[in-house]
Design a protein around this ligand. Structure first.
Ligand SMILES: Nc1nc2c(c(=O)[nH]1)N[C@H]1C(S)=C(S)[C@@H](COP(=O)(O)O)O[C@H]1N2
Ligand SMILES: [Mo]
Length: 528
């Protein structure tokens, strides 16, 4: 149409900001779809996952510890959805800006590539130079799974999807010819185009929603079970064992493709397949795990029977070179931690592949994980893929984020029966729970109902191993009706009494005494 050239595009032809927002939303959906597809096909993490992972490195742990605990470990699907919504919001924002530019320079509408290309370049540079390095993925994503090439390919792919849809959906009406006949043809074309756009957009959105639901379905929210009012089983069944991980989606490792690399400061590095690991002499051992962020009285503590090969045997086979300080352990999910050499040589530190008699479940680190008696959960690296002795102190994932290096379990005890807030009859009942002191063991557990003036010693069930919690119980009959606070404290194997000093779990684990408050109500009519 010559008309286009004759009638210069004016502001009235440019998109409204609303239209820009809508186009931005559509483009954001297309981008998210491409992002999730790239994640599926290339294994490149999506932007929300990178941000979630990176945020734990960026925000000072003290400020963030509540959020970390609440969001990262408990409501991961929510965190993921929230970041995803933010990503769409960013898409909308760019759409609005884009429309504003077209309103300022309406003639640019005829050249969508001229406006689209800079947006693409800025987005790609953002990923390469800001997002990846800041979230620990390295410049250009070089430290991510699959390296820089895959990350940059995926980046270009999903941002291209954004820019193409945006530059297609954002521009306002181009001037139509004055001729009615031509206009109706144009109108029909426009209609077709719109119908196509909407169908495509909806299909894309639908598929994207499915992929998001898939991720959320695969997301392993950290879980724990509370035994309030009930004694916990001494050995926690696998499906009740607490789970904690840094990931929105935990890795699924193919056991057939899995290999454990023993490398670093050793004479003869080697790798082991799973059958090779399982063929080595193994041992079984009960070990209680407790998360370093478990509050006093919390539920992030469970006990299981583990089978595995002593780490020390794997290190001996590789022959350590002199000068080893720490043994660093690396995981398929990018997690890592280290233990000092002296501990790594303790025959009770295991590379475990069985939990309570069955192969390690996925969420507990299949096919193999580290079990380090006496240390908090952080040290028990799951989805283990590499063991590397190193000649200087090695800071693990959580230590880089402000948590303590030693992670030695503090003495803790918990009242499970009666439940906090319970109403009890005026008669003798049972008070009980668990106590744990890592590798030091538990010598004594006591309760007090007079704010610590007097203590009553509880009966202990003997521990299943030197590295487990103990179950304790004691009968208690409240002398009269009213409110009571029951306190508990344990004494560890070195005769040290659990400290009453209240300490937050960050950085070295929580301390203080657990207490429950109960009310004892009217006398039960006794049979006469
Ligand atoms: N690879 C990997 N290992 C990991 C973690 C992780 O995020 N990734 N989290 C650690 C933390 S903080 C804890 S408390 C324990 C929890 O182990 P569980 O889920 O089997 O109870 O795993 C540890 N090992
Ligand atoms: Mo933990």
């Amino acid at each position: 149409m010559e008309g286009e050239a004759l009638t210069p595009l004016g502001k009235q032809d440019a998109p409204t900001l609303w239209r820009g927002a809508l186009a931005g939303l559509l483009a954001g959906l297309a981008m998210s779809l491409a992002m999730l597809a790239a994640r599926q096909a290339l294994g490149v993490p999506s932007v929300p996952e990178m941000v979630a992972d990176g945020s734990t490195a960026l925000v000072p742990p003290a400020v963030f510890s509540f959020l970390l605990d609440a969001l990262l470990t408990r409501a991961k699907p929510l965190l993921f959805l929230g970041l995803f919504a933010l990503q769409l919001l960013a898409g909308v924002g760019i759409g609005v800006g884009y429309a504003a530019v077209l309103r300022a320079w309406p003639r640019l509408q005829a050249r969508p590539w001229l406006t689209g290309a800079p947006v693409l370049v800025v987005l790609v540079l953002f990923n390469a130079l800001v997002l990846a390095p800041v979230t620990d993925g390295g410049l250009l994503g070089s430290r991510l799974d699959g390296g820089a090439a895959r990350f940059m390919a995926a980046t270009i792919l999903y941002y291209l999807a954004y820019v193409v849809v945006l530059s297609y959906a954002a521009p306002g009406r181009k001037p139509l010819s004055d001729s009615g006949a031509v206009a109706s043809v144009e109108g029909r074309r426009l209609f077709l185009r719109r119908a196509l756009l909407w169908t495509g957009g909806l299909a894309v959105a639908g598929y994207g929603a499915k992929l998001v639901l898939d991720i959320i379905g695969a997301a392993t929210p950290s879980k724990s079970f509370s035994y309030r009012g009930q004694m916990p089983p001494e050995v926690t069944p696998n499906d009740r064992f607490y789970t904690v991980s840094k990931n929105i989606v935990d890795p699924t490792v193919d056991p057939a493709a899995w290999a454990l690399e023993v490398t670093g400061l050793v004479e003869s590095p080697y790798t082991l397949t799973l059958p090779e690991l399982q063929a080595l002499p193994s041992r079984t051992q009960y070990v209680t795990l407790e998360c370093i962020s478990n509050p006093v009285g919390g539920d992030l503590m469970s006990n299981a029977l583990w089978r595995g090969v002593p780490l020390r045997e794997l290190l001996n086979t590789a022959k350590l070179k002199p000068g080893v300080v720490d043994v660093a352990c690396f995981s398929d999910d990018g997690y890592s931690d280290s233990i000092p050499l002296s501990l790594a040589l303790d025959p009770d530190v295991l590379v475990a592949y069985e939990m309570n008699g069955v192969p390690l479940p996925r969420e507990h680190g299949a096919p193999a994980r580290l079990i380090v008696p006496g240390r908090y959960g952080v040290k028990h690296v799951k989805w283990l893929i590499r063991i590397a002795p190193v000649d200087k102190p090695y800071l693990g994932y959580w230590q880089e984020r402000g948590w303590g290096r030693e992670a030695e379990v503090k003495t803790t005890s918990r009242i499970d029966v009666p439940a906090d807030g319970a109403a009890l009859p005026l008669e003798e009942g049972l008070v009980g729970g668990v106590a744990f002191a890592g590798a030091r063991g538990i010598q004594r557990v006591e309760i007090s109902t007079d704010r610590g003036k007097t203590w009553r010693e509880a009966f202990l069930k003997s521990a299943l191993s030197p590295y487990t919690w103990v179950l304790w119980t004691t009968p208690w009959g409240p002398p009269r009706t009213g409110g009571y606070t029951i306190l508990v404290r344990a004494t560890d194997g070195t005769s040290e009494v659990q400290t009453a000093v209240v300490e937050d779990s960050l950085p070295d684990g929580a301390s203080g005494w657990h207490k429950v408050t109960v009310s004892v109500e009217g006398a039960q009519p006794t049979t006469r």
